[in-house]
Design a protein. Structure first.
Length: 134
């Protein structure tokens, strides 16, 4: 992405109408784009569920450590689709920092959230076991 396009999309995240905010969030999910994290952190709290969902997807795809607190915060979102998106795009390299949140989600009212949290915890434990064998 060019710098101009990134700046336009960041502007649309904060100033655009609902459709521009959704499109901007969807278009900013690229690995390593550190400059988008602050704007996506704000839009991950948007009043529109779809903007929040697309923003956490982009934050997860970024794989940037600064995105972690914002992803963890959205695991408490009232909408299942937002929590689901966080879990689906949560960077596996950051699972160690999410253990308490994942354990808490084992009690989520939505079965799909409970199952996905359990899968991520199992993945984390499997990785640890493999590292010990090496």
């Amino acid at each position: 992405l060019s710098g101009d396009l990134i700046r336009i999309r960041i502007g649309n995240l904060t100033k655009g109408d609902i459709f521009l905010r959704r499109r901007a969030a969807e278009g900013l999910g690229f690995k390593g784009l550190q400059e988008v994290v602050p704007a996506l952190a704000i839009s991950s709290q948007d009043g529109d569920t779809e903007v929040r969902r697309l923003s956490v997807r982009a934050l997860g795809k970024s794989r940037i450590n600064k995105a972690l607190p914002h992803l963890l915060a959205r695991l408490k979102d009232t909408q299942m689709s937002v929590r689901w998106e966080v879990l689906n795009f949560f960077p596996t390299s950051m699972l160690d920092k999410a253990t308490d949140d994942l354990v808490r989600l084992l009690g989520d009212p939505e079965p799909a959230i409970r199952v996905k949290a359990a899968q991520l915890l199992e993945e984390k434990l499997s990785e640890k076991a493999l590292k010990k064998k090496q």
